[in-house]
Design a protein around this ligand. Structure first.
Ligand code: TEU
Ligand code: CA
Length: 559
């Protein structure tokens, strides 16, 4: 397995709107980020992934871009961004930017021109089709509700938008469009960035003909994902992007790929194919979805998580590379979702971090995860800001679903759970802003905040620091072979990592019970050193049989 800096790195994701407000307008900004770089550095972070900061009308909080080469006024100026890059590099960290090129904003000049006339040179930068029998060109729904097609009266055609209607999909079949994207990427790379996170990049290859999806009873629209995910030319485009752009720089790339499978991920990330370094897969993020998707709540079964994460560890063992995450700006906070954010918030947050960070792949820490921030429960829908939540609330209310049921779905899975402002200290608004925040702060900031975490040696923050330090110290964590232990156990998630004569033994109790851990007989060792545990008391027993405590997590180095 080839070594690489992005295989040995830990990445910190910043959602700029909610990270730190420096100018008192209630919105996070670039100078705010600069003021917190030492905090990130002290955590042990190597790479920062910055969610979009480009000019945008913020229909989808920056994932709808109207100028790919300028900074959103809310966040500051290009000079602020240049200063951020210098200061990130000065601290020995790297910066990757968010590349959102499956779609632009409908306020991008390309689209403004394209919708003027069918003869516009930009018309085919987007995907236009005539209606069919007085309806949309296909029955696909948008990821944000309603049809994926918007009728444009001026030219009597529909344009495709897999997300909001203010996010028209770009037409990657058009070589002129692809060239514009590659030039924009080079422009940023020439400024010195260290790579890209690529938004729904496996959606960019659309079929020539748009067939209807399978309608579920009573539904007006159907999923088109089997047609647009991993489409016919996706590998051609990624290999062209690599040839034209990426291969000329020492960069890291991670493709966000809803619907990617391990087999496909091998194609996207095996080094000899020269496409991407790694992908964000979503299978583990869907294990608590019912058959009707994310809002249809289903409890997670540990057996499913063990099987899924192990499948990915083994599938990419020798080919390609995994990204490791439980949190990001689209997912609810893992300590609330998979852990226990009440009685055992600290233990379960540390257990989840141990489980993830000791696996093979590049770990991603999402802002606030390192201090155990939790989900939010706003009483009123008026307090929510996410377009996905707002559209779902409207759609489900119109469908007659009971209000409380809708709110419980939002409480469990809404994206604003992870977008409440970063909790820096116990001062008003958690020290995030001196004015009214764009999205309310979680009221638990009084006890859950970075300042309190930093001053407590046994905090989640310091536990993350130790986990990250371990990764720097032991190659077995980065490159060791993964083996799941006790596959049938319903409460314990245990595995080993092996590299040469070193073996890491990771034992996580996923619940508040106190099961016995019995070391499988084939695991032999001469010496065992406890590297980290989420319980301060030292384990005073042999490894062969351990009475675990609630959400117990321990890592041993066996030789
Ligand atoms: O997310 C793509 C995506 O699949 C999300 O729609 C995710 O599945 C959903 O939010 C979970 O309910 C990317 C960005 O991360 C997201 O913030 C954007 O809204 C979306 O693309 C469109 O750019
Ligand atoms: Ca601000």
């Amino acid at each position: 397995m080839n070594k690489a800096w992005w295989k040995e790195s830990v990445v910190y994701q910043i959602y700029p709107r909610s990270f730190m407000d420096s100018n008192g307008d209630g919105i996070g900004d670039l100078q705010g980020i600069i003021s917190k770089l030492d905090y990130i550095k002290n955590l042990g972070i190597d790479v920062i992934w910055l969610s979009p900061v480009y000019k945008s009308p913020n229909d989808d909080n920056g994932y709808d871009i109207s100028d790919y080469q300028d900074i959103m006024d809310d966040f500051g100026t290009m000079a602020d961004w240049e200063q951020l890059l210098v200061e990130v590099h000065e601290r020995g960290m790297k910066l990757i930017m968010d590349l959102v090129v499956n779609h632009s904003s409908d306020e991008h000049p390309w689209f403004l021109e394209a919708r003027q006339s069918k003869d516009s040179k930009y018309r085919d930068y987007y995907i236009w089709r005539k209606g069919k029998n007085g309806k949309e060109p296909s029955n696909w729904y948008s990821n944000f509700g309603g049809s994926a097609w918007e009728y444009d009266e001026a030219t009597d055609e529909y344009y495709l938008h897999l997300f909001s209607k203010k996010q028209p999909d770009l037409n990657w079949c058009n070589p002129s469009l692809r060239k514009e994207i590659y030039n924009m990427m080079k422009w940023w790379l020439e400024k010195g960035i260290d790579g890209f996170r690529m938004d729904v990049i496996n959606f960019i290859s659309k079929p020539e003909n748009f067939e209807d999806g399978d309608l579920k009873p009573g539904k007006k629209y159907a999923s088109g994902s089997k047609f647009y995910r991993n489409g016919p030319h996706i590998h051609d485009y990624l290999q062209e992007m690599n040839r034209e752009v990426l291969s000329h720089y020492d960069v890291m790339t991670v493709g966000e790929m809803p619907g990617v499978t391990p087999e496909l991920a091998k194609l996207y990330t095996s080094e000899d194919r020269k496409e991407l370094n790694m992908v964000f897969q979503f299978e583990h993020m869907g294990l608590d979805n019912g058959e009707n998707g994310k809002w249809d709540l289903k409890p997670l079964k540990l057996a499913d998580l063990k099987a899924n994460l192990s499948k990915w560890q083994l599938a990419l063992e020798d080919t390609g590379w995994n990204s490791l995450y439980f949190n990001n700006h689209d997912q609810p906070r893992s300590v609330s979702r998979f852990g226990n954010d009440k009685k055992y918030r600290v233990e379960s947050a540390k257990m989840l971090a141990t489980l993830l960070h000791m696996m093979k792949g590049t770990p991603y820490v999402y802002q606030g995860e390192e201090i155990g921030m939790t989900n939010i429960r706003f009483d009123s829908i008026e307090d929510y800001r996410d377009i996905e939540i707002i559209n779902m609330f409207k759609e489900q209310t119109e469908a007659g679903i009971p209000h409380q049921q809708i709110m419980e779905s939002i409480y469990a899975k809404g994206r604003d759970n992870s977008r409440t402002p970063m909790q820096w200290d116990a001062s008003p608004n958690a020290g995030f802003t001196t004015s009214t925040p764009w999205l309310k702060v979680n009221p638990n900031y009084i006890e859950i905040n970075a300042e309190a975490e930093i001053s407590n040696a046994n905090s989640i923050y310091h536990y993350y620091r130790k986990l990250i330090q371990l990764r720097k110290k032991y190659d077995v964590i980065v490159y060791g072979k993964y083996e799941l232990l006790l596959p049938e156990h319903q409460e314990i998630f245990a595995y080993t990592r092996t590299l040469g004569d070193e073996k890491l033994l990771v034992i996580c109790n996923f619940y508040e019970g106190q099961p016995m851990f019995e070391l499988p007989e084939h695991i032999t060792y001469q010496s065992a050193e406890l590297l980290i545990s989420n319980y301060p008391e030292k384990l005073t027993h042999e490894l062969e049989s351990i009475q675990l405590r609630p959400y117990d997590a321990s890592v041993f180095l066996l030789k």
